[in-house]
Design a protein around this ligand. Sequence first.
Ligand SMILES: C=C(O[C@@H]1C=C(C(=O)O)C=C[C@H]1O)C(=O)O
Length: 386
Amino acid sequence: MNTLQTLKQLMTGQFPFALWRLPNQKDINLVLSSNQEQKVFKTDLEELPGGFLMTPFEDSEASHFILADLWVQLTSLNEQTPEKVLTFIEEELGLVITENQTPSKSKPEVKINFLSEAGEQRAFEELVERAVTKIEETDSFQKVVLSRKKEIDIPENFDALEHFRSICQKYASLFCSLVYLPQENQIWIGASPEILVTQDDQGIFETMALAGTQSAYDQNGELISCSEALWRQKEIEEQALVSRYIINCFKKIRVREFDEIGPKTIQAGNLMHLQTTFKVDSHKINFPQIASVMLELLHPTSAVCGMPKEEALGFIKENEPYNRGLYSGYLGPVNLNQRTTLFVNLRSLCIADHKISLFGGCGITADSVPEKEWKETEMKLKTIIG
Ligand SMILES: C=C(O[C@@H]1C=C(C(=O)O)C=C[C@H]1O)C(=O)O
């Protein structure tokens, strides 16, 4: 019995779990809980035990926390389920895993396709136009990130765990995750390029400004090297705005000793972005709780919300035709081996009510061209299924 088959059986039950693979690492982490996921309203990282956290876009909605009653690192999902996992499932969860008759060799990948209708495009472009007008009319309003949700049928033979395994293979540099939330009746799979907050066991805090998007492939389908990427003024300004937002957060808490690396071009699957990384040695400045404090100030950043924050949030709530829920919130392991690694929940899909929902957004400024923004969302939706 391999781990994939074991988890597949768990995915029909009442116990939540999270699987993730950190960027540029091999091991897959698994956190299992012997209780239902907990709802947390205020995410104070200092207070949380070890586990996996998933927080929505809007502060007013509850976060989901999966307590790490068991945390294991796996070299592959294809390998025999570790004894430790089987014993935990049997003794702590009281479940019996049955030997599966199907062969354990990996299945061919199931392609997910989607077609967008002209009506959808028109509605999104109108939304973008409305935002551009508002930005032009309002002196203080500079940027709003608008998004869409695309619902598709679940293809025959689609297997969430196989899909997670295939994105891990495809996207070595991204944060790949699968989260099973039985209380919500949701499974989330994602491949995020964007760190929100991390703090390692040496006390190094990190965050990033990620914005500006273009295809990683040229018109002939050839991969563009990051060093040769060209950016327009619109993207450069849009990303600089996110950097300024982060620096302002540091200013609010009087942290001046940060290293700023970038902006540089990074590849995120089928796309490229501009990225600036900010690092702080929390031991050196004697600020151990910096991750918690910055998390509270940063989320939602101007990479997923806009600038100024309150104005952008108001526009999103009034104008986006759906509730974002967990999309563009954040997720990741918390306080495991004194490390916390939270990524923005982007390039993700949610399986619920026999449907797959895909999400994608883009930053709107006074220079936005509605059709281009639409195309950007189409590319973003494809990352997680392409
Ligand atoms: C909102 C998304 O991505 C964010 C918006 C970007 C942009 O506007 O260019 C780029 C990276 C992300 O910070 C998304 O992928 O859904």
